[in-house]
Design a binder for this molecule. Structure first.
Ligand SMILES: [Zn+2]
Length: 299
């Protein structure tokens, strides 16, 4: 008798900066859910944004994971260092292009020449921001020729998508909160939403564990996955974001939280996991804690 396999989840940092305490808090949740549910963890480099990502940040990120002793089931950091990978978004442009072609067969994909000022002008004319499907310029109906310097959007339609969040409980929200979903931006970058939906589908990810800042992005991703033929959406767990000890939100630009710098300065990885656990509300008081032990702190 074979047991039902556990879920596949992923740890998916963007190399737009150094690994920081927010990543550690996310790792505790990702590996914690995988451990609890008998699942496995994929490592994915989310470098879809070619303007903000840098190879040296990826190098540092892989080195930091090794120093922390945090290893995914697939791929290893060495596999990523060795060259092109299915798990590095910038290596998979043809996959996204082919998926876009497929998407265009089942939904309206269109070029949009609206800029921030188009949205701002609509807002000042109507006294509220653009909301719902479409875009203020009516670009779908205008049938603008696609080019690399125009946003590509997909019409996901109207309405809501609902899911039962493993941490936040029953949630729902509009699939088009502020216009049709961009799949490629005006700099020619595939968007975050498009890449993660495509990657989660092709890699068999069925459990998404990430910060609460992405809750509002979830309904569009559920709808997009459905259009791409995903039979059931992944499960979601959105966890609290890391806070400064004074309670304010910690940002990626907060240099003092760079994991590599802290290790260089003589802090142990157990101290850093303990600090991340406190700042995300999993521990009341700071104490050094092994990664494996931190995984048991999840609610
Ligand atoms: Zn438009």
């Amino acid at each position: 008798m074979t047991s039902r396999p556990g879920p596949t989840t992923r740890f998916a940092p963007a190399p737009t900066g150094r690994l920081h305490l927010g990543h550690l808090a996310n790792a505790i949740h990702v590996w914690g859910f995988a451990r609890r549910l008998g699942g496995r963890v994929l490592l994915r480099v989310e470098d879809h944004d070619r303007l903000r990502c840098r190879p040296e940040y990826e190098t540092a990120l892989l080195d930091d994971l090794d120093r922390l002793g945090v290893a995914a089931d697939e791929p290893s950091t060495d596999e990523l260092r060795a060259g092109p990978s299915s798990y590095r978004q910038s290596d998979n442009g043809p996959v996204y292009a082919a998926t876009l072609d497929r998407l265009a067969g089942v939904a309206d994909v269109y070029a949009c020449d609206c800029s921030r000022s188009t949205f701002a002008a609509w807002r000042s004319a109507h006294g509220r921001p653009w909301s719902g499907p479409g875009c203020p310029g009516g670009c779908l109906a205008r049938e603008i020729a696609a080019s690399r310097d125009l946003t590509l959007r997909v019409a996901l339609g109207d309405g809501d998508e609902a899911w039962n969040d493993l941490l936040m409980g029953p949630r729902s929200g509009p699939v088009s909160p502020d216009g049709d979903l961009p799949v490629r931006d005006r700099n020619g970058n595939w968007t975050y939403a498009f890449c993660v939906v495509v990657d989660d589908l092709r890699h068999g990810v069925d459990l998404v564990v990430r910060g609460e800042d992405l809750v509002d992005a979830t309904p569009a991703q559920v709808r997009l996955a459905d259009l791409l033929g995903r039979p059931t959406p992944p499960r979601f767990a959105h966890h609290p974001l890391v806070r400064r000890l004074n309670g304010s939100k910690l940002s990626k630009a907060d240099g003092a939280t760079a994991v590599g710098d802290r290790l260089d300065a003589g802090h142990t990885r157990e101290e850093l996991f303990g600090e991340a656990a406190v700042r995300v509300g999993l521990l009341d008081d700071p104490r050094p804690i092994a990664f494996d032990e931190a995984l048991h702190l999840l609610p």
